[in-house]
Design a protein around this ligand. Structure first.
Ligand SMILES: Nc1ncnc2c1ncn2[C@@H]1O[C@H](COP(=O)(O)OP(=O)(O)OP(=O)(O)O)[C@@H](O)[C@H]1O
Ligand SMILES: [Mg+2]
Length: 224
């Protein structure tokens, strides 16, 4: 369970202070599928990055399973980020010269799993329908395929939380539907999925839609 209380993120440029997050309170239960929407600049990515410890808040707390992330040692933060969280971004951030297999294996190696990772990597690739491309270089894949590799990479450590920041933003509708189906499957397997999207149809596929505006949550509703 993720519990966010009084979260703020302020940026100071010269004498001007800008509040990217302005007192966000949010609770996300284990296994929920939540969409975060809101117009550009409303603070969606800032919030997701803080949930994933890619960024730190100015004030407020993020508590995960009762543990305040700001009280973790740097080693424990790295452990949380590597093992509990799987990120998927709009730009896939694969290593283009690595094979698909090696891209997906990377988080396992970073987590210290250096033995035979074949079964784990192959089952992640199977889940996204790309086992047959395992030995292809990532740069040779289509955009939709690259995003599926990025998802396989995000889930290979069996994280509890999938944090996806506009994963379909660079994809056509067929590929977007494919990615949305994979996220729904992961939700079906018990993962907590937090998806930032500008697409209202995609948002409707989540169980709950949180809408942000000017660094605040302005609506939080269950979908039908
Ligand atoms: N390092 C920074 N310095 C100053 N301002 C920043 C910084 N990072 C983000 N911001 C500002 O914080 C606000 C929120 O940014 P954020 O990326 O969270 O928005 P977003 O809702 O994800 O938007 P989009 O839909 O365009 O991705 C924006 O106005 C942005 O310019
Ligand atoms: Mg963003």
């Amino acid at each position: 369970m993720i519990s966010v209380k009084g979260l703020t993120k302020k940026y100071v440029t010269g004498k001007v202070e800008f509040c990217a997050l302005d007192g966000v309170d949010l609770e996300i239960a284990d296994g929920e599928f939540v969409a975060i929407t809101g117009k550009s600049g409303s603070g969606k990515s800032t919030l997701l990055n803080i949930l994933g410890t890619l960024d730190v808040p100015t004030s407020g707390t993020v508590t995960v399973d009762g543990v305040d992330l700001s009280e973790l040692s740097s080693k424990a933060v790295a452990n949380y980020r590597n093992k509990k969280v799987g990120f998927v971004f709009q730009s896939f951030y694969l290593e283009p010269s690595y094979t698909v297999y090696d891209n997906v294996e990377l988080p396992l190696i970073l987590a210290g799993k250096v033995g035979d990772n074949g079964n784990v990597v192959n089952s992640a690739l199977e889940l996204v329908g790309l086992k047959r491309k395992a030995q292809e270089k990532a740069r040779n894949l289509s955009g939709g395929e690259q995003q599926r590799v990025a998802i396989a990479r995000a889930i290979v450590n069996d994280p509890s939380y999938i944090l996806a920041d506009e994963p379909c933003g660079n994809l056509d509708s067929a590929n977007s539907n494919n990615i949305m189906q994979i996220l729904a499957d992961l939700h079906g397997r018990g993962k907590t999925v937090i998806l930032i999207t500008h697409d209202s149809e995609d948002a409707q596929k989540a169980e709950r839609i949180v809408t942000m505006s000017d660094g605040k949550i302005v609506s939080d509703e269950k979908t039908d």
